[in-house]
Design a protein around this ligand. Structure first.
Ligand SMILES: *Cc1c(COP(=O)(O)O)cnc(C)c1O
Length: 222
């Protein structure tokens, strides 16, 4: 079997087994496609995999229109920061945007949904570690952002986070789970290659896996 497919099926089995052992819902696997060559995405699509994540609007716009034509049921999530000048392009390209993190972006999304007569489910990205260099709304600004998004009729359906590197992710996942429950937000996007088994303990809806599936990324990509 192609090594990528062997890894893919192994990952799917690990997710199911880990969740079942802990009496948790089995999360969906999101294949994080950034910087990975098109051939690898095609292998997974041909195998029946449908959920993918991309970090950059630009990169996704080069290959996903054609892939979506071939596989109309494929779903693409934006998991990287979104600039307001790329909102229109992003809304047309992605099925879900996981990185709403500031009032200006909420306003731009609302305006674009109205103008294009479309709508996309959204997650709010929370900077749970309050790291200065990281995207995501700060915990102390979360409630006002959610309130504003709801006033704008934006379909916020859940929360996303990337815990600080080199730290135990569990308290961050626990915090996000509690925050979502407090605000009746049903979906959580937590867990990456190195910590997805921990995210399962906190009821994540999907795990975002890149390197553990595809191997290392092009190191020039930040
Ligand atoms: C790149 C990326 C991932 C995947 O990271 P891996 O460690 O390669 O699994 C997940 N989430 C976000 C937001 C990313 O930018």
């Amino acid at each position: 079997m192609i090594p990528l497919l062997a890894k893919y099926h192994q990952l799917v089995a690990t997710l199911a087994q880990t969740a079942t052992n802990s009496h948790k819902p089995i999360p969906q696997l999101m294949a994080v496609a950034k910087t990975q060559p098109l051939e690898k995405l095609s292998v997974l699509l041909a195998e029946g995999h449908r959920l993918f994540g991309e970090s950059r609007v630009q990169e996704a716009s080069h290959r996903w229109p054609a892939l979506k034509k071939q596989y109309p049921e494929s779903k693409l999530h934006l998991i990287g920061p979104l600039q307001t000048n790329k909102v229109k392009q992003a809304v047309l390209l992605f099925d879900m945007i996981e990185t709403l993190d500031r009032p200006a972006l909420a306003q731009a999304l609302a305006k674009t949904f109205t103008a294009l007569q479309v709508c996309r489910p959204l997650l709010i990205q929370v900077n749970t570690g309050s790291e200065p260099q990281k995207a995501g709304v700060l915990p102390q600004d979360f409630e006002s952002l959610l309130t504003m998004a709801r006033q704008l009729d934006l379909p916020v359906v859940g929360l996303m986070c990337v815990p600080p590197a080199q730290m135990d992710p569990a308290p961050h996942f626990a915090y996000l789970q509690t925050l979502a429950a407090t605000h009746q937000l049903p979906y959580l996007s937590m867990g990456m290659s190195h910590d997805f088994t921990i995210a399962i303990d906190y009821d994540t809806s999907w795990v975002r896996v890149g390197t553990a599936l595809f191997g290392p990324r092009d190191s020039s990509f930040k």
